[in-house]
Design a protein around this ligand. Structure first.
Ligand code: SAM
Length: 277
C-alpha cells in the first residue's frame, strides 16, 4: 500500500484500481490515480449508508450487479458543476449566427433540434431554451425541441423539477428571471411551463447505445469529455458526427478540443465546431 489509510475504511491500492475500472466500465470516466481522495470522500457515504464494513464489500456488491447501487455509484462518481449561460459566447453565437442560418436552411422542414449531452441539473438546456424562446417569432409554428441527457439520475431529477435557488438564478438578467421563472418561495423559483415544454430530459449514458435518431442542428457537449480518455472522446465525437448533417454545430467546453481526435468537424470559433461534408 502506498499509504496507510488509517481512516474509518481502509482503501488499498488494489481496491482503488478496481473502483477506477468499474467507473471506467460504467461511465467512460477515466479517473487519474490522483483522484483517490475524491473517490474515498464520495464513496464513504455509500458504505455508511449501506452499513458495509469495507470497500471490498462495496466492490463485491457492485460486481454482483445490483443495478440500484450501480446507479448510486455512477451518480457519486460524476462531477456536475454547471450554471446558467456558462461560457456565454456559445449562447451569443447560437442567437446571432446559428439561428438565423437555420431559419433559412430548415425552412422546408420547420424543425429544429438541439441536444445538450451531459446536461447536469438543467441550467444549460434551459439557457438554450431561453435563446430559442426569445427567437420565438422567427420560429412560430416550427417543431422546436431541446433534448437534454445525462447519466446521473439525481441531477436529472433536479433538471426535470426546474426549481433553482436565488444564487443560481443570479446568473440571469432580472428580465430573464422575471420572464421565465415563477417564485416558489422567497429564495427559490421554478421554470415556467412555456420554457419547460421546450426541453425533454432523458437518462442516457454516452458510452452506451443512443435510442434516438437525430439529426441535431446543434449539439452542446460541454465539460463532459474532459473526464474521458482520448479514445473514448474520439469515439464519442465520431458518433455525434453521425447524428449531424453537413454544416451542423457542435459546442464543446472551454478546455476541450477535437484536435487530433475527430476530423469530421472544422473549428470555426472558440470551442465551436461545424460538421464537414
Ligand atoms: C461538469 S457537468 C457539465 C454540465 C454542462 N454541460 C455544463 O457545461 O455546464 C458534466 C456532466 O456530464 C455527465 N456525464 C458524465 N459521464 C457521462 C456519461 N457517460 N454519459 C452521460 N453523461 C455523463 C455528468 O453526470 C455531469 O452531469
Amino acid at each position: 500500500m502506498s499509504q496507510a489509510h488509517s481512516r474509518e475504511f481502509p482503501l488499498s491500492d488494489g481496491e482503488f484500481d478496481e473502483i477506477r475500472a468499474l467507473v471506467r466500465e460504467h461511465t467512460g470516466i477515466a479517473l487519474a490515480p490522483s483522484k483517490r481522495e475524491l473517490v474515498y470522500g464520495r464513496l464513504v457515504r455509500r458504505l455508511r449508508r449501506l452499513k458495509l464494513g469495507t470497500f471490498r464489500d462495496y466492490i463485491g456488491l457492485l460486481e454482483r450487479g445490483g443495478s440500484a447501487e450501480l446507479d448510486e455509484f455512477t451518480n457519486a462518481m460524476t462531477t456536475n458543476l454547471t450554471s446558467f449561460f456558462r461560457e456565454p459566447h456559445h449562447f451569443d453565437y447560437l442567437q446571432r449566427t446559428v439561428l438565423p442560418a437555420l431559419e433559412t436552411r430548415n425552412a422546408a422542414t420547420r424543425r429544429l433540434r438541439v441536444w445538450c449531452a451531459g446536461c447536469s441539473t438543467g441550467e444549460e438546456a434551459y439557457s438554450v431554451a431561453m435563446v430559442l424562446a426569445e427567437a420565438g417569432a422567427r420560429f412560430a409554428g416550427w417543431d422546436v425541441r431541446v433534448l437534454a441527457t445525462d447519466l446521473d439520475s439525481q441531477v436529472l431529477a433536479a433538471a426535470e423539477a426546474g426549481e433553482y435557488g436565488a444564487e443560481r438564478l443570479a446568473r440571469l438578467t432580472p428580465a430573464a428571471r422575471e420572464r421565465w421563472f415563477t417564485p416558489t418561495s422567497p429564495a427559490r423559483s421554478v421554470v415556467r411551463p412555456e420554457l419547460r415544454s421546450l426541453v425533454a430530459f432523458r437518462r442516457l449514458n454516452l458510452v452506451r447505445d443512443w435510442p434516438f435518431q437525430g439529426p441535431f442542428d446543434v449539439i452542446l457537449c460541454r465539460n463532459v469529455v474532459i473526464y474521458f480518455d482520448r479514445q473514448t472522446q474520439s469515439q464519442l465525437f465520431a458518433r455525434m458526427a453521425a447524428y449531424q448533417r453537413t454544416g451542423d454545430h457542435l459546442f464543446v467546453g472551454h478546455s476541450e478540443s477535437l484536435f487530433r481526435l475527430c476530423d469530421r468537424y472544422e473549428l470555426i470559433g472558440k470551442t465551436i465546431y461545424r460538421r464537414l461534408e
